[in-house]
Design a protein around this ligand. Structure first.
Ligand SMILES: NC(=O)c1ccc[n+]([C@@H]2O[C@H](COP(=O)([O-])OP(=O)(O)OC[C@H]3O[C@@H](n4cnc5c(N)ncnc54)[C@H](O)[C@@H]3O)[C@@H](O)[C@H]2O)c1
Length: 255
């Protein structure tokens, strides 16, 4: 198994790609801390992992809260005695996030708190443990919108994912020498509640997104999670600071 004996914290694992990641990582032999502020979602993920024969525990965590972020790393150490991977997957994309000209400050601050401060705090407590052990993998979920302008703007979200990408590169060069690799995944539009809840109400936004994608469809959670398995495993031991796009080709499409 590709993640045998590894321990991974997966944030936002109570839904969407995080839940799929928990199932797939556990099937590859990893033990999982399912970290989410939605306790019911996290518990359901743990139930599914255990039902499939895997090992997982719940950490009810708001990633933007420092005490919670510290407790998340402690949950990995207390439950499983080590920490090999922090998969910073939790993120929000509120409907009230539009262009800078019509987005309110509270929406901006919330997006930055979860999507950027959450990654900062997760890393703040996980990296010292990993550096101490001389090995670890940080997987940061950015987005293809960190690379492209979008005519259906979500400027807080876009700025937050750009920050995650920049932070990834800084961490990669700082902690690579101590055995901790940091990489970013940049997914295109993926069929999860985060995107579908919104597109279901906005047929035009849905049409534009599908028209721009050379594959003519949205991605599936497992198509992103398969890359995360590679990044969490020792197969990627020389991959550090990479920005890995999984978007069906949307970001290379001129017309
Ligand atoms: N779905 C897409 O099209 C897409 C594309 C690119 C990037 N992403 C990114 O992928 C990641 C996962 O998204 P998804 O589509 O699976 O979303 P999702 O909404 O299905 O799941 C996100 C999870 O994060 C949790 N969460 C939100 N705020 C939190 C907080 N403060 N603390 C802890 N947990 C919190 C939610 O409870 C939820 O379980 C996000 O970072 C998102 O920005 C998604």
């Amino acid at each position: 198994m590709r993640l045998q004996d590894k321990v991974a914290i997966i944030t936002g694992a109570g839904s969407g790609m995080g839940r799929t990641a928990a199932a797939f990582f556990a099937a590859e032999g990893a033990r999982i801390v399912v970290a989410d502020y939605d306790a019911a979602g996290a518990e359901e993920t743990v139930r599914q992992v255990r039902a499939a024969g895997g090992r997982a525990v719940v950490a009810r965590v708001d990633v933007s809260n420092e005490a919670d972020a510290r407790a998340m790393t402690e949950a990995a150490m207390d439950s499983f005695g080590r920490l090999d991977c922090l998969y910073n997957n939790a993120g929000v994309m509120p409907e009230a996030d539009h262009s800078v000209t019509d987005t309110d400050v509270a929406t901006w601050d919330r997006v930055m708190a979860v999507n950027v401060r959450g990654v900062f705090l997760g890393c703040k407590y996980a990296i010292p443990r990993m550096a101490e052990a001389g090995t670890g993998s940080i997987i940061n979920v950015s987005s293809f919108v960190a690379l492209l302008g979008c005519s259906v703007p979500q400027d807080a979200y876009t700025a937050s994912k750009g920050a995650v990408l920049a932070m990834t590169r800084s961490l990669a060069v700082q902690f690579g020498p101590r055995g901790v690799r940091t990489n970013a995944i940049l997914p295109g539009p993926i069929e999860t509640p985060l995107l579908m809840d919104w597109l279901v109400k906005d047929e035009e936004a849905r049409r534009i997104r599908l028209a721009r994608n050379p594959t003519g469809r949205f991605g599936k959670p497992e198509e992103v999670v398969n890359l995360a398995i590679y990044l969490a495993s020792d197969e990627s031991r020389w991959t550090n600071g990479a920005a890995m796009v999984v978007d069906g080709g949307i970001s290379v499409n001129y017309f």
